[in-house]
Design a protein. Structure first.
Length: 141
């Protein structure tokens, strides 16, 4: 990943998780280097590229026993456009292509449970609070 792409990725994640959701946490958790990042980009109108959405594919044994998809971020300006669903479907396909068809575990914000249900994830745990936001573990068998 180029320095410019890394900058855009960290900026989007900061905009969504730190600024919008007011979560004061260390985003750089040591997992990024060993993961694959799926990016949803579009031309920015000035000859460059704007990052609109991203996910992080984490191999099994890092974070969870199962492979996982995390750091799912969509720019507020494109929410409701279907980009988040397209990116999640692509992320699932890419994870399976990389590491074989296997269960995928996520730590989802509780208010997004229906979003993840549409992608085959089911609740697998009691709700918990992380960074002041209700979450739920989900698995896609």
């Amino acid at each position: 990943m180029s320095a410019d792409t890394l900058y855009r990725l960290l900026r989007l994640r900061s905009e969504v998780f730190v600024v919008e959701q007011r979560c004061v946490f260390l985003d750089l958790d040591g997992l990024d280097a060993g993961c694959l990042h799926v990016l949803g980009e579009a031309p920015d109108g000035e000859g460059g590229v704007r990052l609109l959405a991203s996910t992080r594919l984490v191999p099994a044994g890092r974070g969870f026993a199962e492979a996982s998809i995390g750091r799912v971020a969509t720019a507020p300006s494109v929410r409701g456009s279907g980009l988040g669903h397209a990116l999640m479907a692509t992320s699932i396909r890419m994870l399976h292509a990389l590491w074989g068809v296997q269960p995928i575990r996520i730590g989802a914000q509780a208010h997004l449970e229906a979003f993840y249900n549409r992608h085959g994830f089911i609740s697998d745990n009691k709700p918990y609070v992380e960074d002041g936001i209700p979450h739920i573990e989900m698995i896609r068998p």
